[in-house]
Design a protein around this ligand. Sequence first.
Ligand SMILES: [Zn+2]
Length: 478
Amino acid sequence: MYTHGLGDCLLLRFAKADGTLFNVLIDCGVISVASGAAATMTRVANDIEQACGGRLDVVVMTHEHWDHASGFSSQQAQSVFDGIDIGEVWYAWTEDPQNELGRRLRKERAEKVDALTRAAVALGRSPGPAAQKRSERLTAMLGFFGVETSPGELAAGPPIQRTRAAFEYLMKRRGVNTRYLYPEKSPIDLKGVDHTRVFVLGPPQDESWIKKSTPSKKGGGVYQLASEIELASSVGAAFNRMADGEHLGRSVDDCPFDSGFKQTAGKQQVNSRLLAELMSVTWHAEGEAWRQIEDDWTQVAETLALNLDTHTNNTCVVLAFEFEDTGDVFLFPGDAQVGNWMSWQDLKWRIKSPAGPMAVTGPDLLAKTVFYKVGHHGSHNATLKEQGLEQMTSEDLVAFIPVYKAQAEKNRWMGMPFNPLVDSLMEKTGGRVLQSDAALPTAQQLSGLSATARKAFLDSVQRDPGGLYFEYSIGTTP
Ligand SMILES: [Zn+2]
């Protein structure tokens, strides 16, 4: 578990029957507001190379966000990865070129990123603190896609999506086998590793789950995909005109009223004296600016950005590594949000066991989870309660939150990690919560555990003296 900043990078090393290691890397990235990111990620990549002996059997790219993929970018540590032998790369089915829904979701994502980049640029050029703030918020969100929205960026051509390039690096690298993961397919064996299998829990193959960000009792909540693509392109076009200095509404097509009825801030243009008087004491008077609504439509950009963020998180690969001898499960949900989590409840696999074929369900895997990589850096809507943490009933549960509070705040993410969630994790794990920006749990924090459990935990976890990672081992240490 690398603790380099706000971002995911997890190296799993399994002992093979022949005494060598099977190495799996899940993500490698850091949030764009982190300072010295290139040096940090190079340090991480060098450490990975050394720890895996120059060979990664599998790299899992959970989803297309900078804080999970930046390490593979040419601006950061791609040259180090170039020198590492890589067997396979695993992506979600949403990246499968043969999958129609996947293709549509990718197109929609690209359209939205493009529209929002235009929005951020246009708002950035608009006077007034409200537009500036909105632009800053959008820019922070676009940081996930590696888009820079400095003035003139658009003039140089279509927005550069650095995240896409980093995310695709291994898909395009010669000699690396690409595998697309579908939930409910038979669990995957790790070649040469006995008694270990990998269940794919997400992303769900259902658009309504992917677009679900808030829990509701009714369920459902299906969006119309086609209209979202249209919305993205009209929003993009509107902001484009704004960036060109032409305000929305100037064009007859944009405006629902005849131009004679149009009011612009600071400019009187009514024919009626009575109306002009009324306007002068309301609309145009000092302190009455709150009545003006001409920029309110720009709010749509933030709504679109939030949707984009959630939908991308819900395309996360979710993996459960099961050790068949003990039944223990290590759960890695990436940044999966509500819809992805809810879909696990209905999952079922038929597997072979010494006692004959048996069924394993999503809730079974949650119940056996002994290591939980906390979803989406500990945010409030990426660890479900009843259909999530409360089903993780193992007495041995340990949790790891890949979060840096200071970097989250720098990126205007307040409440990351979300305190009530951290409290629940502390309670469920008896204090066995590791967090990237914190030291190892103190004896005080672990006081709820039995002496045996406390010793077992402290014996199996280590903090790298350089502060680069936590190492957690079970069974025999490689
Ligand atoms: Zn993330």
